[in-house]
Ligand binder design. Structure first.
Ligand code: SF4
Length: 295
């Protein structure tokens, strides 16, 4: 049996940055708070609690506290409420998410109706919506594009969406509009993880995608891989059982941008244990990586 890890997987720049900002803040002042999860990985959120970084659900639960703004941002209204209630805000919004919020705000200020390709229930999209006082539409992809649309509009995407879906949407919009201002806000970390996972899936008998069930980018990896090869999405090694791996020879591993390395290591070791292989690793660097073949 062969187990390979996708060339790009696990923590992205924005997640590492948010965790470091939160840990540094907690070193000086405990407890500190995040409004909603700092990142979309339940196991990481539990670990952060042990460092005195606690999650609350509502902005009005926080008064005169230190509050970390999570990687995927918060709404303008929540930000204003936190400030009114005397909280000290430390902004760990990923710069790529912040850029998308800026684009929404400036498009609205310039009078462009806006389409966001994204999931309207995702916190990142909810936060983006709060920056627009004008006309705005959220849709998951080209299938949800209404027959009649504005003559001119701005288009951008939730950072963790898929490039091919954005391209399809642009293609469908061009014949319908006179002016289209596109901001490609899909982040590079997302694209790299998707491309590496798809490439590995094509060479694997089974893919195992590791990451939060609440993580949009992890769910996207699972969806893309499952179009290519049998795929399971798990959060932790405990979910793996022997029957899930029967008859598999080449297993591909990938992990979302909010999945810590130790969870990848635990899954790798569990697969080996379940298949009677004595190999174990202690670091993600020790797992064989699926490298692009050079010609
Ligand atoms: S996935 Fe991209 S946008 Fe989201 S936190 Fe990571 S780097 Fe930032």
């Amino acid at each position: 049996m062969e187990i390979r890890l996708a060339q790009h997987s696990g923590f992205c720049f924005g997640v590492k940055r948010a965790i470091q900002i939160a840990l540094d803040a907690a070193d000086k002042d405990k407890p500190i708070y995040t409004l909603g999860p700092l990142i979309h990985n339940p196991q990481s959120v539990q670990n952060l609690e042990q460092h005195g970084i606690l999650m609350v659900d509502k902005a009005d639960d926080l008064h005169n506290s230190t509050v970390i703004i999570r990687s995927h941002g918060i709404t303008l209204q929540d930000r204003e409420m936190l400030e009114r209630n005397g909280n000290k805000l430390i902004d760990a919004t990923c710069p790529f998410v912040g850029k998308a919020q800026d684009h929404v705000r400036s498009l609205c200020q310039e009078g462009y109706p806006v389409i966001i390709m994204g999931d309207k229930s995702h916190p990142e999209v909810i936060a983006m919506l709060s920056y627009c006082k004008g006309e705005i539409l959220v849709l998951n992809g080209v299938d949800e594009l209404p027959e009649k649309i504005w003559n001119k509009l701005g288009l951008l995407s939730q950072t963790t969406k898929n490039m091919a879906d954005l391209q399809k949407l642009v293609h469908a919009l061009v014949p319908k509009v006179k002016e289209l201002r596109l901001f490609n806000t899909i982040c590079t970390a997302t694209s790299l993880r998707q491309e590496a996972s798809v490439e590995l899936a094509a060479r694997s008998d089974q893919m195992i995608v590791i990451g939060g069930k609440n993580s949009s980018n992890t769910r996207m990896l699972a969806a893309l891989c499952s179009e290519i090869t049998p795929t399971i999405h798990i959060e932790t090694a405990e979910e793996l059982e022997a029957g899930m791996l029967s008859d598999r020879v080449r297993i591909g591993l990938t992990a979302g941008a909010s999945t810590p390395d130790y969870l990848i290591v635990e899954v790798f070791n569990k697969i080996n244990e379940l298949t009677g292989n004595r190999t174990t690793v202690t670091s993600v660097e020790d797992i064989p990586v699926n490298k692009e073949e050079s010609c």
